[in-house]
Design a protein around this ligand. Structure first.
Ligand code: PEP
Ligand code: MN
Length: 363
């Protein structure tokens, strides 16, 4: 994937002084009092620059609270006027865009359920038209980097340059302590492909509970995410949506005060030492690749040998034995079972493919 994005740096449209940059506010706007009380609770927290609240709520099943709709826009307008915070809402269709922009909403965001649909993203982008509004794009529900990138590219091609990606975790079928598995490798790959695109993290929807939020925030910052979107409610236990994951403004302040802010680079001495360790890694990777290439060559030789003797490729007994032996040996060397299993499965898949290629090759 080799596209580039025309992105206006975050710092050009937002005064980010105290790091990390934080967007905070309730999952849903419920009443004018709840919105105003939460917003005023956030005003003393210097990292909070933007107030969020959902007013059109995408719910998994009908019948649940679906947001207060347009009336919430007036409350957000009040927040903007009375606290000086910028305000943002989720939009899912062109009508939402029109309503939000009519009420001077500063930033729009597109939710995980909408980003999966290119038609919807296109329509939202077109409804924004030429207006120079920042848009945040959550990752799609499923762990699909291409769809996430596609939505960002689509908006960028429609002329929107103040774009921010929001990592909110991915729906994942296996058991996991998270509501949405973070799969950090996906936002990291997004940052690698588009270094000028700000990527912020939404620990509330990743965790789904209050307890895991502090460690998840720390991890996001250690992985150089450019900010945070956190759900904050004046009375979380009474929240109409996502009540298990919302925290109070006081709790947010405390969590932010405990964060360790690491620099992305350090002193000359530090850089030199880092360089030394990195070149060690480079050397080891070279050796590792040489060994892997040699291993693949042997796998192909085995394939050729099986072919001439008309033997099948997959030899389950041998494969089981390899898994057991190597996992045990790996554990003795300090590597986890999960890591060894993933590594062996990757090697095995590639090995099988090589042997299939050998079988199909014309002699
Ligand atoms: C939200 O931010 O409240 C929300 C609905 O998020 P997501 O689209 O990430 O589920
Ligand atoms: Mn929510």
């Amino acid at each position: 994937m080799t596209s580039t994005l025309n992105i206006t740096p975050l710092g050009d449209w937002l005064a980010v002084s105290d790091k990390p940059f934080v967007i905070a506010g309730p999952c849903s706007a419920e009443t004018e009092e709840q919105v105003m009380e939460t917003a005023f609770g956030l005003t003393g927290i210097s990292q909070v620059k933007v107030f969020r609240a959902g007013i059109w709520k995408p719910r998994t099943r009908p019948g649940a609270f679906e947001g207060v709709g347009n009336s919430g826009l007036k409350w957000l307008h009040r927040v903007k006027k009375e606290t000086g915070l910028l305000v943002t809402v989720e939009v899912a269709n062109p009508r939402h865009v029109e309503e939000a922009l009519d009420h001077d909403i500063d930033i729009l965001w597109i939710g995980a359920r909408t980003v999966v649909n290119p038609f919807a993203v296109q329509e939202i982008g077109e409804a924004i038209g030429g207006r120079d509004i920042p848009v945040m794009i959550k990752n799609p529900l499923n762990p699909d980097l291409k769809t996430w990138i596609g939505a960002i590219e689509r908006l960028n091609q429609l002329g929107l340059q103040k774009l921010v990606a929001v990592h909110r975790g991915f729906s994942f079928f296996n058991r996991s302590p998270y509501r949405n598995a973070p799969m950090w490798e996906i936002p990291i790959e997004l940052k690698r492909l588009f270094p000028n695109l700000p990527v912020i993290s939404d620990p509330s929807h990743i965790c789904g509970n209050r307890e895991m939020i502090p460690a998840t925030i720390q991890k996001a910052l250690d992985l150089e995410m450019n900010g945070l979107m956190i759900e904050v409610h004046n009375n979380p236990v009474k929240a109409l949506t996502d009540k298990n994951q919302q925290i109070t403004p006081v709790q947010l302040r405390e969590m932010l005060s405990k964060l360790i802010l690491r620099r992305e680079s350090g002193s000359i001495e530090f850089e030199n030492k880092l360089e030394e360790l990195r070149s060690e890694i480079d050397k080891l990777d070279e050796e590792l690749m040489d060994i892997l290439a040699r291993r693949m060559k042997v796998v192909e030789d085995i394939g050729t040998y099986k072919k001439s003797n008309k033997i099948t490729i997959l030899q389950l007994k041998r494969w089981n034995q390899i898994i057991n032996d190597r996992i045990e040996a790996g554990e003795k060397m300090g590597m986890s079972r999960e890591f060894m299993l993933k590594l062996l499965q990757t090697l095995h898949e590639e090995g099988i493919q090589r042997q299939i290629d050998v079988m199909n090759r014309e002699d």
